[in-house]
Ligand binder design. Structure first.
Ligand code: GRF
Length: 202
């Protein structure tokens, strides 16, 4: 399966996915990396000889134009899947029309708890003892799409946002690579609310 990855930040999830795709037999390849700002994700793409592109919101007249431009450039790579790995923009209606049902996002909390841009900080502030990582399909809401995989991470008494986020990211990196491989191999069955990756055939 071919994958376009969208990222906005340090790109450590992107990098671990790129590493996974270079393992023998991994069933998906990253064909392009898209960013919405200058960020380290582009350097990871270069290091792996993967093309990259930038579609910055500020360079367009409005959000609708930005949405169309992002949709067109991603579509040009004809990906089977789109992975949002720390992409800090909400995808627009044109993008959802084109790629809905095959966009995978990773969120650093156990959804539906603590959606939004500060999932780690909000979980800490609430005082939960367990949080974690969620890999889910993107729908038109914010972190509301059908869940594909989840794993818990224990909150330690001395955690701050940085230490907790880093432990969650260790889980996110593995869960994302496993989920992309599973979806690439076996697909997704979804009724709109729930999504399941069918069991491996034996
Ligand atoms: C991850 O925790 C992701 O879930 C969140 O942003 C972080 C991205 O980390 N939305 P990185 O830029 O890949 O290191």
């Amino acid at each position: 399966a071919s994958v376009v990855v969208l990222a906005s930040g340090t790109g450590s999830l992107l990098r671990s996915l790129l590493e996974a795709t270079r393992q023998p037999g991994y069933p998906a390849q990253v064909v392009a990396v898209g960013v919405d700002r200058d960020c380290a994700a582009t350097e990871h793409a270069e290091a792996f000889d993967v093309s990259s592109f930038k579609v910055a919101l500020g360079e367009f007249a409005d959000r609708a134009e930005w949405d169309l431009a992002l949709t067109e450039i991603v579509a040009a790579f004809e990906p089977d899947l789109v992975v949002s790995a720390g992409f800090m923009k909400i995808l627009g209606p044109a993008f959802m029309d084109r790629f809905g049902g095959r966009i995978i996002n990773t969120h650093p909390a156990l959804l539906p708890a603590f959606p939004g841009a500060h999932g780690v900080r909000d979980a800490l502030a609430y005082g939960v003892r367990v949080t974690g990582s969620t890999v889910h399909l993107v729908d038109s809401g914010i972190d509301t799409g059908p869940i594909l995989a989840q794993e818990a991470v224990t909150v330690l008494p001395d955690d701050d946002e940085a230490t907790l986020h880093e432990r969650i990211k260790v889980v996110e990196r593995r869960l994302l690579a496993e989920t992309v491989a599973a979806v690439a191999t076996r697909g997704i069955v979804s009724d709109g609310r729930k999504a399941v990756i069918p069991d491996e055939r034996v």
